[in-house]
Ligand binder design. Structure first.
Ligand code: NAD
Length: 494
């Protein structure tokens, strides 16, 4: 990455962002705007439309009309594929611009953002574009006088609500399969990270997606998100975000048209290190990056370190060294390891968790503080707290910040019991050289993803979804397509 190019892009003034409805950029119906504050320095960098319920209703009506007249769903698969492939190419061609815009908005370090945001989004769109003409219906094994067919039909209008940590990557996880299967989509980006996703949506139109097939409305979740959730004209809601909002979406569904709701929620993922791990130095470095990259604002972050008691002190010292070696700071510098916390509110919440941990007997080994305050931005030192007991707040509640809680264990059984002692079940890892133990951990720990001798990095070929209060349904892989189709049976007497 070229630092000079990044510096040029970051200096560019931004014009006001509007909604994308029916193929047009439109302001809020009442003219309302919201300031976009950069977490890099706390400065206002632009404004975006503060959507109203009427704006969201217009977007849903546009998506419904686009679906019903078949301008997208009715196109031959090869034609839809061509548009989506072009969209992926455009995202890639504009990768640096999109990444810098996203970082100015949400604070992720550019080294991670360039890969995880436009890089991953383009790969995801391409994956589903390539898949869409390889998905067949079925012929059922019926008696000879019957032909039983199972069609896979688009669901209609999909509402997609996206969080702030990786807007393009997570947005593409929903948009790729939804659009590939012929649906129309109404997108609702997060208040504190809308810009890059809005640009990405505009690129879809440039690639040839017909107007109205993808609409995007910015604004408050409690206003436009709620209208989307309560709509009688939305067939499926897909969401990544917090458990609290996930619960509301289920209520909205129950109060309206009982639309299907798929939730990708938070986690308290255990990273479990046994004394027989193949390489403790490597495990320590990965444990640090597995929680501290993107300031811990990663749904699968390994936020609980469970360490075999025999190596506890030695291993914690290694992780602390790795944490202290991470450069925290301006996320638009190519050599920064950890960028800014997304918002002042999130930073305060993170610091609050550290204070609670101290009152519950935790010991802060490194970090614990806000840093670089003179920049005006929101930065927090990578923080490690030892002595976190099974029921402590830090072991039970998701921080979504750069805070690692450490708990020792004696036996494999105890490690599994600790790992399974939260309401969550998103991700986890086990570090061991014992093959049998590795498989027992994969089977025993209740999560959607278990890593062995690594942490994170699972690509688009495998599903990501939680169990328990980490959610339902899966993003990524061909399995994600199931969320965006209805099965229809044709039972034909011959
Ligand atoms: P959030 O729930 O506050 O917001 C997510 C989205 O929901 C935003 O677009 C917001 O505007 C919208 N929203 C808020 N209130 C709403 C309402 N009443 N009705 C409809 N929409 C509403 O979550 P967040 O703080 O943006 O994201 C962080 C959370 O997301 C963390 O808990 C994290 O673990 C989780 N997350 C999970 C995954 C995963 O794949 N499981 C991935 C990333 C983040």
């Amino acid at each position: 990455m070229d630092q000079t190019k990044i510096d040029v892009l970051r200096a560019q003034p931004l014009s006001a962002f509007t909604h994308l409805i029916d193929g047009k950029q439109v302001p809020a119906s009442d003219g309302g705007t919201m300031d976009v504050i950069s977490p890099i320095d706390g400065q206002v960098i632009t404004t975006m439309a503060a959507g109203t319920a009427a704006d969201m209703e217009a977007a849903i009506a546009s998506a419904r009309a686009a679906y019903e007249d078949g301008r997208w769903a009715g196109q031959p698969p090869a034609a839809r594929k061509k548009v989506l492939l072009k969209w992926a190419d455009l995202i890639e061609a504009n990768a640096l611009e999109l990444a810098v815009l996203g970082v100015r908005d949400n604070g992720t370090e550019i080294g991670m953002a360039i890969k995880a945001e436009p890089g991953s989004a383009a790969a995801t769109i391409r994956y589903y574009a390539e898949a869409l003409d390889k998905i067949y219906g079925e012929i059922a094994p019926t008696p000879g006088d019957i032909l039983g067919l199972v069609h896979k039909e688009p669901v209609g209008v999909v509402g997609a609500i996206i969080p702030w940590n990786f807007p393009m990557m997570i947005g593409a996880w929903k948009l790729g399969p939804a659009l590939a299967m012929g649906n129309s989509v109404v997108l609702k980006p997060a208040e504190t990270a809308s810009l890059s996703l809005m640009r990405m949506a505009e690129l879809a139109l440039e690639a040839g997606l017909p107007p109205g097939v993808l609409n995007a409305v910015t604004g408050e979740g409690r206003v436009v998100g709620e209208t989307l959730g309560l709509s009688m004209d939305v067939d499926v809601l897909v969401f990544t975000g917090s458990g609290g909002t996930g619960r509301r979406l289920m209520e909205y569904s129950a109060r309206s048209n009982m639309k299907r709701v798929y939730l990708e929620l938070g986690g308290k993922s255990p990273n479990i290190v046994f004394a027989d791990a193949p390489n403790l130095d490597e495990a320590a470095k990965v444990a640090a990056s597995g929680i501290f990259r993107n300031s811990g604002q990663v749904c699968v972050a390994g936020s609980r370190l469970l360490v075999e008691a025999a190596i506890h002190d030695e291993f914690v010292a290694k992780v602390a060294r790795a944490a202290e070696a991470m450069r925290v700071g301006d996320p638009l510098k190519v050599d920064t390891h950890v960028g800014a916390v997304n918002s002042e509110e999130q930073l305060k919440a993170n610091l609050g968790f550290v204070e609670i941990a101290k009152t519950e007997g935790g010991e802060v080994v490194t970090g614990g503080d806000r840093i670089l305050q003179d920049t005006g931005g929101y930065y927090m030192a990578p923080t490690i707290v030892t002595g976190v007991t099974r029921d402590a707040t830090l072991a039970q509640k998701e921080v979504f910040g750069p805070v690692l809680g450490v708990t020792p264990f004696e036996t494999e059984g105890e490690a599994i019991a600790l790992a399974n002692s939260t309401v969550y079940g998103l991700a986890g890892a086990a570090w061991t050289s014992n093959l049998g133990r590795a498989h027992r951990m994969v089977r025993g720990v209740r999560t959607g993803v278990m890593h062995v001798n690594t942490y994170g990095g699972a690509d688009g070929t495998v599903p990501l979804g939680g169990v328990g209060q980490s959610g339902n349904g899966a993003d990524k892989s061909l399995h994600a397509i199931e969320k965006y189709v209805n099965l229809k049976t044709a039972w034909i007497k011959l």
